[in-house]
Design a binder for this molecule. Sequence first.
Ligand SMILES: Nc1nc2c(ncn2[C@@H]2O[C@H](COP(=O)(O)OP(=O)(O)OP(=O)(O)O)[C@@H](O)[C@H]2O)c(=O)[nH]1
Ligand SMILES: [Mg+2]
Length: 280
Amino acid sequence: MGSSQSTLSDKPWRDVTWGGKQDLLDLVKGFKPSTDEVNHVRILLYGPVGAGKSSFVNSVSTVVRERSAIPAAVSTISGASFTVEYKTHKIRKGAPKEYYPFVFNDIMGLESGDDVGVRAEDIRLAMMGHVRDGYKFNPVSTLSESNTQFYNSSPSANDKVHLLVCVLSANSPEIKPSVIQKMKEIREAARDLGIPQVAIATHIDLIAKEVEKDVKNVFRSEYLKQKMSEFSSTVGIPMNCIFPLKNYCNGVENEDDMDTLILTALKHMLNYADDFVDTL
Ligand SMILES: Nc1nc2c(ncn2[C@@H]2O[C@H](COP(=O)(O)OP(=O)(O)OP(=O)(O)O)[C@@H](O)[C@H]2O)c(=O)[nH]1
Ligand SMILES: [Mg+2]
C-alpha cells in the first residue's frame, strides 16, 4: 500500500447512493426472471486464482440473508486453485428448500500456464450448460462427450449460463499474459454465444488506507480508477460494467456500505442475465 495508491480525489468518479442499501435489497429480493422458460438465472464466475470468486458467492449470501454464511469454501493460502469442483450455489430464501431465483457457478482459477487451471474450452462447455455439478476440471484435458456422468448432452435453458462475470483483484500485480490469453478465449466464446459479461474488482480494501477504513472512499481512489481502466482494456469490458467491492471474509459483521457495493453489482448482474434469458 504505497502512498501513491492512497491519493483520493475530491470528487467521486462514480455516483453511488450510500444509504440506499434497503432499496437495493428490496430489488434483489423481489427479482424474478421475466420468462417462465427458466426457474433461475445462472451466473458463472471466472478469473485468476485467489481473485475472490468463492468469496463473492459467500458475500452475496451474507448480504441477502443478512447474516454470515459459508456456502463456498474459500482459500486461506495462495498458489494453486482452491476450488476444484464445478458447483452450483443456491441461496436460501427463508423457508428450507426455498431459494432465490439466481444461482452462481463457481469455478477453479485460470492459473498461469497452459496446463494448469481450468481450460477455456471447459468454460465454454459450462456456458453452454454441458458441465454437470461435481465435475472436477482437468487442466490437461477437456470434458469429453463420452463422460456420461458429467457431460450433459441436452442442456435445458436452466442449465445454460446467462451471465459471465470476470472476477479480478484490485490489489493484484499485473495479470500474466497466459491468463489474459485464456480470458480472451473465454470472452470470445461468451460473445459468440451472446452471453452478456460484466466484471467485479475485489480486494478494494487493500488498495488504500482510506478505503480500508471507509469503503465509501472507493470512488475517490485515483489508483482504483486507473486499475479499473487497465482491467477494462485487458478484459474488454467497459468501465461502467466493472463493479468494485469488498468481499466478506473472516466472519466480518454485516456493514451497510459494503452491502451497497455488493448489491449494486448484483442488481446489474440480475438485469443483464435477465435481458439474456428474455432472448432464449
Ligand atoms: N481483504 C480482502 N480479502 C479478500 C477479498 N475477497 C477475497 N479475499 C480473500 O482472498 C483469498 C482468496 O479468495 P477466494 O474467494 O478463495 O478466491 P477464489 O477466486 O475462489 O480462488 P480459487 O478458488 O483458488 O481460484 C481468501 O483468503 C479471501 O478471504 C476482499 O475483497 N478483500
Ligand atoms: Mg474458489
